[in-house]
Each structure stands twice: as C-alpha cells, then as structure tokens.
Design a protein around this ligand. Structure first.
Ligand code: FAD
Length: 570
C-alpha cells in the first residue's frame, strides 16, 4: 500500500520527547518527565491497544483471583492526557528511526497510514517478546504465550468457551509457574515440562527441590530434564512429545520458556546491541546515540554482583529506569547502578524468592566454594512458635569469606517477601553477614521472633566465618565414603526412625557428652539434626572435646530429605 509520509511537529522550541512503548518503562518515564518538565512535548507510542496495563497481574486474572478485567488497565490514554498532558498514540507502531534527521516512522495500525514524527530526544522501552523456538508443530492450535492483554483475552475466552480439562505449561520460570497455579485453580489438570533439572532458574537446585515437592503435592505433573521435541495435533488436542518419548495430550498449551529483548528497531537504526542481545546503554541509560535512551526488558543491564552484562526482565528495574531516564532528559545526571534480580513468585501456597547471585552462577564464573564464597541454609519459623499460624522458611545465604552478602534464596509460606527484601538491601549496600545479625527488625509474636530469620541467617554465617563451626552440604552426606566419613544424627530416636540419611548413626544430642567414645576420631564427621541447630550444638561439644574434623550439615535433614524426595520423583 502506498502512503503519503508527512513530518509532524518539530516547530515548537520546547524539548520534544518521543517514547516508544507505553507500558511499564515507557509510561513511568513519560509521567516522571512531565513532573520534571511542564513544557516538554511528550508523545508516547504504543503498538498495542492498551497502555500501562498490569502485565504482572495477567495470570491472576486468568485464574480468577483478579475478577475484573478492567482492574488490569491501570491507565488510559485519556487519563494520561488529562493528568500529565501526554499525547498517547495507541495502535501506533514505531517502525524506523532516522537518527540523522531525528525522526521516527510511525505506522498507524488502525488506518494503516504511515507518517514521520520528529524528536529532540527519543526513549525506547519496547519490552521483550516470548521466545518461540522452531520446534516442529509450534504453530499447532491451542498453543498460547502470555505477554499482553490480547494474549490474556485469548486464553481466558478459550477457558470460558472450550472448558479445557488439562493444560501443559512448557517452561518452569516465574510466568510458567504462575500460569500453572492459575490454570490449576481454574480447575484444569496441569503438567509442567522443563528441560532443565529444576524450575525457577534463579534458585539453586536444593532450594528448587522444595518447590518441586510442593508442586507435586498439588497434583501437578512435573517433567524435569525433558524438553519438548514436537507438538502433534490430534483431533481437538495437541500432543506434547518430549525428548524422552513421553507423550502428553493437551487441551491447551502455555509456552513460557523465556523472553528475548525487542531490539530490532534499535539494531536497524545502527544502535549498539550488547552481547546478550539487549540494547546497549551507559550508566545514564543512553544508547550509543546520546539523543536516544533505552530501558526496561529491551536493554542489557549490568549484573550488580558480577558486573557482567545481563538480561534481567523485571518490572521493578523497568520502572526505576523510567524515572532515571526522565530525570536525565530533564537535565539531571542520575545513574543506574545495575540490577541484582530481586524477585518473588507465588507458587501455589508457597513463595519462592531470590536476590543477588546464586551458587550456580558463581560456579559458572569460576568461583570456588570455600575459597571464594560460602553458603549456608537455615530453616526458621515465620513467627514465634507459640503463636498460632507460623510456618517454616528455608533461607540459603551466599557470602564471601570476608562476609559480604552476595545473594540469598528463600522458599517458604508466610513472611518470605519481607525477609528477601531485608537481604536485598544488604546485597545492594554491600553489607556482611555480621550486619544481618545486627539488623534490628520489627518483632511481636504474630510477625516474627526476637531473633528474626534474617538475624538467624546472619548468626550462622558469622559462626562459620568466626570458625565456630564448619559446614557440610547435602551432596557430601549423600555421596559420603563411609570408610572415611562418620555420619552422626543427633535427633531423638523417634525422629530418626521416621527417616534418616543412610548409614547415619543416631546418638541424641543430650547423650553426646556421655557417648563421645562411640564417635571415631580418625574419620571426618558430618553431624545432622532436623534443621542444623541441635547438630551445631553437637559440633560445638565435639570440637571442645578434641574432634577436629567435624562439620555441621547445612540445612539438616530437612534440606537433605527435600532433595532426596525430589530425586526419587524425577
Ligand atoms: P513492557 O511493559 O512489555 O512494555 C513494552 C511495550 O512496548 C509493549 O506494550 C509493546 O507493545 C510496546 N512496543 C514494542 N515495540 C513497539 C514499537 N515499535 N512501537 C510502539 N510500541 C512498541 N516482573 C516482575 O518484576 N514481577 C512480576 O510478578 C512479573 N510478572 C509478569 C507476568 C507476566 C505475565 C509478564 C508478561 C511479565 C511479568 N513481569 C513481572 C515482567 C514485567 O512485566 C516486565 O519486566 C516489564 O513490563 C518490562 O517493562 P518494559 O517497559 O520494558 O516492557
């Protein structure tokens, strides 16, 4: 179709700012810029029908926790105009940037016209798109991805009209798990397929194992270490064929295997693209063209811990970057200092959260446990045991030998959010495990304990660094060479009988002093109890009685048995 191309605007002396993308990053940049600069001309282009919708709420509308569709629509073009005097162009896709002339080409999706718009400053916040690999049959019916309101409407109307009985969710990331939960609560039988040996990549395996067991307890199928080989249409259904040969017929499929940054516009304009595929930006969030800023899921960020380039597509960073970009356009010099990836997801009744670096990543970076970093796992109650309704949470803390907190992961039920946020602050401000033990946190029995779970994680870290105790890990107990290792279980016999580490010898803590002769001094000793507290006391008794080679099993039998149960189910 031939179109007349007209250049609009460009006559005003005030700064003219065009924003590409009208949701998380774009809309926050626009609103902040107006607050900073009443005179600027601000035009925001959004290729979809809706600006500023609640991406993060979409799974919960599908599952029914959010009842009203209108609640997903946080802002409208009219409201943005009325309150912020922002000219919002919905159904308008920016298709080209001419950096030389400082104009963009815009395609009006409604009437298919094309026009040009000039800019002084351009902001790119085009987000990311779901990955759709070329798996045979990927375009079979009833395969959905979830990114925006139209995707949500398609899934919701399929559920309402076709009443599917089962679904397969491909990909065990945050969105995949949220969809699994929500489809389950909408009454479907759900299977999750994940090519890796665990869901939720930011967690290390032993923490993910806790989540796996919970997912299975809800009656969901969990197919780990098994990627999709093909989708085969079969009547009204599509069969998901796995690499193992397993076949799962599905009424619907949610494809949720990650997102890739929308970098085409920037790439075609000759802007620098980073090694990760994200648009490259400097600390002021300027691209390689200083008149063009970029932010959100589309940009390559600096990992706050490693300093390496990374893609970390989260709403918090996108919104914060929006504010920084606006401030810089308005003449300030604000810098973005990197993303540490603080995240949380509700997985059925559980919450799983992480911040900073995980152990897998440290290993990939060539770091060595015991030399470059230490990890400890604590299990604490969400609030005082004597006050009803408490629940347990597992905290894995990762820190350097000097004590600097590098990251944490928490899996639990209640109060996970506030604990991960406490530790996120410690990570951001380069605090140590010693600082964690000093944190003065709000306490009353319904909310916490006088020693909060974060304090406890700090105490354990400090104990390790001070040399009060050495730690052993679940895989060392699992693979112990019994000719060299003595596994000692200091729980009560009734607990031991309910389940224990194979070959572990049971001597209850209160009998240790009188039975020290039964413990060999020529072997390395790994002591466990349920969570690691009684065994720590046992270790201290032994260390003060001439046992040099004795370690406490981090996370105790609770972590060990979570991993063992998971391994048996794979
Ligand atoms: P977006 O918010 O995606 O906005 C980009 C917009 O740009 C899109 O609307 C797109 O249509 C538009 N666009 C693209 N190209 C053009 C163009 N050429 N012209 C005009 N418009 C264009 N993050 C969390 O931190 N916590 C969560 O719980 C969470 N849950 C999520 C759940 C779901 C289902 C999804 C999809 C995402 C979730 N996220 C969550 C991620 C979060 O939504 C994103 O990180 C955030 O929206 C990124 O903001 P953005 O501005 O970069 O991109």
């Amino acid at each position: 179709m031939q179109c007349d191309i007209k250049i609009q605007g460009g006559m005003d002396m005030s700064k003219k700012v065009l924003i590409v993308g009208g949701v998380a990053g774009g809309a926050s940049a626009a609103a902040r810029l107006r607050r900073m600069d009443e005179k600027a001309e601000i035009i925001m282009f959004e290729k979809g029908m809706y600006i500023s919708f609640a991406n993060c709420g979409l799974p919960y509308y599908i599952g029914g926790a959010i009842k009203e569709r209108k609640n997903l629509l946080v802002q409208t073009a009219e409201a943005m105009k009325a309150r912020f005097n922002i000219d919002v162009k919905e159904l308008s896709e920016v298709t080209k940037i001419d950096r030389h002339r400082k104009v963009v080409e815009v395609r009006n999706i409604k009437d298919r016209s094309i026009y040009e718009e000039s800019y002084d400053v351009l902001v790119l916040s085009p987000g990311a798109s779901p990955v759709k690999p070329p798996i045979p049959g990927i375009d079979s019916p009833n395969i959905y991805t979830l990114r925006d309101i139209p995707d949500t409407d398609s899934i919701k109307s399929f559920l309402d009209e076709k009443k599917p009985q089962n679904a397969v969710v491909v990909g065990g990331g945050f969105i995949g798990l949220e969809m699994a939960e929500n489809l389950h609560s909408a009454g479907l039988k759900v299977d999750i397929v994940e090519a890796l040996d665990q869901v939720m990549a930011p967690l290390d395996y032993e923490m993910a194992a806790i989540v796996h067991n919970h997912i299975r307890s809800k009656g969901c199928g969990l197919h780990l270490k098994d990627g999709v080989k093909a989708f085969e249409p079969e009547g009204n259904r599509t069969v998901v064929v796995l690499q193992s040969g397993k076949r799962i017929p599905a009424d619907m499929i949610i494809l949720s295997i990650g997102v890739k940054p929308n970098n085409t516009l920037a790439r075609e304009a000759g802007l620098e693209i980073g090694v990760t595929g994200g648009i490259k930006v400097n600390e002021y969030l300027q691209t390689s063209d200083p008149n063009i800023y970029a932010l959100g899921d589309a940009v390559e960020v600096t990992d706050y811990i490693s300093g390496n380039p990374a893609l970390i597509p989260l709403a918090g960073p996108a919104n914060k970057q929006g504010r920084i970009v606006a401030d810089n356009i308005a003449g300030r010099r604000e810098t973005y200092k990197g993303t540490q990836g603080t995240a949380i997801a509700k997985v059925f009744d559980m919450a799983a959260a992480s911040t900073g670096v995980n152990e897998k990543t440290l290993k990939k970076l060539g770091k060595e446990l015991g030399k470059d970093y230490i990890t400890t796992i604590t299990h604490s109650a969400s609030h005082a045991g004597y006050y009803p309704g408490g629940s347990a949470m597992a905290i894995k803390l990762i820190y350097t030998l000097q004590g600097r907190v590098l990251g944490a992961q928490i899996a639990g039920y209640d109060g996970v959010d506030k604990r991960i946020d406490d530790i996120a602050i410690a990570v951001r401000h380069r605090m140590t495990v010693h600082d964690l033990q000093e944190f003065e946190l709000a306490y009353a029995p319904p909310f916490s304990s006088a020693k909060d779970p974060v304090n406890m994680a700090g105490y354990v870290g400090s104990n390790v660094l001070n040399g009060d105790v050495k730690v052993a890990y679940w895989y060392e107990a699992m693979n112990a060479d019994m000719s060299r290792t003595f596994l000692l279980d200091v729980r009560e016999p009734s607990e031991y009988q309910m389940g224990h580490i194979p070959n572990a010898v049971n001597i209850p803590l209160d009998q240790i002093r009188s039975r020290l002769k039964e413990i060999p001094k020529d072997k390395e000793i790994i002591v466990n109890c349920r969570v690691g507290l009684r065994s720590y006391i046992g270790v201290r008794i032994m260390m003060q009685n001439g046992f040099d080679n004795v370690r406490n099993l981090s996370g105790g039998y609770k972590t060990y048995s979570a991993v063992e149960a998971d391994m048996k189910s794979i």
